[in-house]
Design a binder for this molecule. Structure first.
Ligand code: A2P
Length: 342
């Protein structure tokens, strides 16, 4: 990679934006200039980029002139408005929000699963939902071997997925409760400290939530297989960072736990942590700050034909958001796709 790129990070002051800056620097993405963008409130503040200090600017309609690539992490409303503006200015957008994910003209990419979909981008590429990313990285090698018929997934999602304000709320509420005062509730409908919330995002008319529907729809789009049935229940838990998932899978053909372990041990982006005798299994505290999708607790579910149970954990801010976005950027750079097709 000899070419260098002018790269904007939209939402550079947020939890994911912070990690995007860190990962771009850490993985030495070929950046000629970094442009951190956020709201008016953050204009003028200094932000780290590797060893450098760069000044954050306000996001405006003129922010993208001469910019080659923009990583967006400022929420769906900002992405809906500004991603087309960036694209029309000739800047390729990798968008971490839900705004463009299900648009048939926008590829939804997890580099370990469907890298070739990046080839047909028209200026905007979507980064999937955090819970979907870690699940499909673990499921793809198993699907290729034995074809998945149905997945039942229950998630245990960390507060970092809601952003910096939710991490602060969990810390503050924990202090308040331990001090014997009533917790102040600002981010979620109920207290999150010492609690679990069986609601992530808004409810839909069928009783599911938008987060659950994202896992259903995005899994089919990324795996390129509409026949995979997905039933999801998404739960917010009082964990700072690192999403966990209990995944029950029914395959078309038999797949033994031993063969599944063999496939996962060789799969890109996966780290197998499955040794119950030595109490070895994945946990959010071990995934945090690292890149892999960890898989463990692999065992047969003998109550269904060709069933397996898995436990899947990843750092939702890294692999579930910022790292996956930077891996898409690397994929585009490798294939010389950082240009908006005319
Ligand atoms: P700011 O810090 O200036 O509010 P998180 O998901 O961690 O809450 O982060 C959200 C990110 O989106 C932050 O960087 C935030 O910037 C940014 N953001 C929020 N509203 C806007 C806006 N109107 N224009 C640009 N960036 C925004």
């Amino acid at each position: 990679m000899s070419k260098k790129y002018r790269v904007a990070v939209v939402g550079a002051t947020g939890a994911v934006g912070h990690e995007m800056r860190a990962i771009l620097a850490e993985r030495r993405f070929p950046v000629s200039e970094i442009l951190p963008l956020a709201s008016e409130r953050s204009a003028g503040i200094d932000l780290e980029f590797g060893d450098e200090c760069v000044t954050c600017k306000e996001l405006t309609r003129d922010s993208f002139a001469g910019v080659d690539l923009a990583l967006f992490s400022a929420g769906a409303a900002i992405s809906r408005e500004y991603a087309p503006i960036a694209r029309d200015a000739g800047c390729v957008v990798i968008d971490n929000s839900s705004a463009w994910r299900m648009d048939p003209a926008v590829p939804l990419v997890v580099p370990e699963v469907n890298p070739d979909d990046a080839e047909w981008h028209k200026g905007i590429i979507a980064n999937p939902n955090c819970s979907t990313i870690q699940m499909v990285v673990a499921l793809k090698p198993l699907h290729d071997e034995a074809r998945i018929v149905r997945v039942v997934v229950s998630t245990y999602q960390a507060v970092s997925g809601t952003g910096a304000k939710a991490i602060t709320e969990l810390i503050r509420q924990s202090d308040e409760i331990l001090e014997g005062t009533a917790p102040l509730i600002q981010v979620y409908p109920y207290q999150i400290a010492f609690n679990c919330l069986p609601q992530i995002d808004a409810f839909l008319p069928d009783g599911g939530t938008k987060e659950e529907q994202k896992m259903v729809d995005e899994t089919k789009k990324i795996m390129g297989d509409d026949s995979i049935a997905v039933s999801a229940t998404c739960v917010r838990v009082p964990v700072y960072n690192g999403h966990s998932e209990s995944v029950n899978v029914q395959f078309e053909r038999d797949l033994s736990p031993e063969r599944a372990r063999e496939l996962l041990a060789a799969a890109p982006g996966v780290e197998l942590r499955d040794d119950p005798a030595n109490l070895l299994y994945p946990m959010p505290i071990t995934a945090t700050g690292t890149d892999p999708v960890y898989v463990g607790r692999i065992r047969r579910d003998s109550t269904i034909p060709h069933g397996l149970n898995l436990w899947v954990v990843a750092d939702n801010v890294r692999k579930g958001a910022a790292l996956n976005a930077v891996q898409i950027a690397e994929l585009l750079a490798e294939r010389d796709l950082i240009r908006v097709p005319r």
